[in-house]
Design a protein around this ligand. Structure first.
Ligand SMILES: [Zn+2]
Length: 368
């Protein structure tokens, strides 16, 4: 399983300048290569390499590996679309080959136009664990004057045993998560932030000034981080309980939604909510790392079936939050009933055995 993680570099002022110069030169080279590609209509990596490498080696002051990565970046950019000439931002991310990076405890040796530099870095536990299984390319990028490296790690996923029981998890917006164990994580805080953010966005967009845009961007990132943090916490807790009790995790399969009649509103509010997609993704990858199986179940009757008597009736869901069975009178919180239905569906028969689709980053998978 491929995972990415980021470390924050702590360059001294001189190293900061070296990094900036390296990045600017690399992107200037990308633009020069792009000019050539556009003029000659040659977009293949090796064609471009043959045509531009030697000149670049003589004039750019960049190392061979960086030049190769720049040429590849240009070629890749044209792979998506050859209709417009590609232009690269002077401080756009650049790729480093593992051959020109050397990692040690707390510092990394990185090639710059000022020579090789040992630069200290800081990172979280997640990134530290993944550093050992780093593979391939690393991206250098800068944001708000801070420098970062993002790397990819290839993780061995432990073999999964088929569990006898599952934790059914209903994910949503009003409640971020409800489980068949009876736990509920309210979305009130996250949603409150989002509503406040939306209001602010409308106000600042009306204003339209540069200062307003900057403030909006800052607030937007803050809101993003806050929900990301919440999602990590929920996923971590859920996977820990599943692992500790030898159970799997069951989620609704959202790819083949056939339930468009019974729950269109529910789907609409979840669809396009990045936080919702992210939480599914976090649960999937943390579960994979912990060896906890995740299965996807048919979502058709999740919100309208009675877990006591099995009656399926749209009227069972009496309101957004309440479930009350029209046949046997069983009632409860709608999201907890849904979670229990998801659990039962998983115990009976997983509908979509390939939960690996969830491991793709949010937005890349139609299963989300
Ligand atoms: Zn019933």
């Amino acid at each position: 399983m491929k995972l990415t993680a980021t470390v924050k570099l702590q360059p001294d002022p001189e190293q900061r300048e070296f990094l900036r110069e390296t990045m600017e030169r690399a992107n200037a080279l990308c633009n020069a290569v792009s000019d050539h590609a556009w003029a000659s209509k040659q977009f293949g990596r090796f064609q471009l390499q043959r045509a531009t490498y030697h000149a670049a080696k003589n004039t750019s002051g960049l190392s061979a590996q960086v030049i190769i990565r720049c040429i590849a970046k240009v070629s890749d950019a044209y792979k998506q679309d050859k209709k417009v000439q590609r232009v690269f931002r002077s401080l756009g991310a650049i790729a480093y080959d593992d051959r020109i990076l050397r990692w040690q405890e707390g510092r990394v040796s990185i090639w710059t136009t000022g020579g090789r530099q040992w630069i200290p870095f800081v990172c979280g536990d997640h990134a530290r664990k993944l550093l050992a299984s780093r593979r391939g390319e690393t991206d250098l990028f800068v944001r708000n004057g801070q420098w970062f490296l993002t790397f990819t790690a290839n993780i061995e996923v432990p073999a999964l045993e088929t569990p006898e029981d599952f934790i059914g998890v209903d994910l949503g917006i009003v409640n971020l998560a409800a489980t068949s164990d009876g736990e509920i994580v309210s979305g009130a805080q996250v949603n409150g932030l989002r509503v406040r953010h939306e209001r602010l966005r409308k106000r600042l967009q009306a204003k339209g000034t540069r200062g307003a845009k900057r403030r909006l961007k800052k607030r937007s990132r803050k809101q993003h981080r806050s929900q990301q943090h919440t999602n990590h916490r929920i996923a971590k807790q859920l996977v820990a309980v599943a692992q500790g009790t030898g159970r799997g995790i069951a989620l609704e399969d959202l790819k083949g939604i056939r339930d468009r009649v019974s729950a269109p509103k529910r789907q609409r509010s979840r669809h396009g909510n990045w936080g919702f997609a992210q939480l599914r993704h976090y649960i999937a990858y943390k579960a994979a790392l912990a060896g906890v199986p995740v299965v996807l179940v048919d979502p058709r009757n999740t919100s309208r079936m009675c877990p006591e008597c099995g009656a399926v009736d749209e009227a069972n869901r009496v309101s957004q939050s309440r479930f009350s069975c029209q046949s046997c009178g069983h009632s409860g919180l709608a999201d907890l009933v849904a979670a229990e239905n998801i659990r039962r569906a998983a115990v009976n028969r997983p509908y979509c055995p390939d939960a690996n689709t969830l491991l793709a980053a949010p937005g890349q998978s139609s299963c989300l």
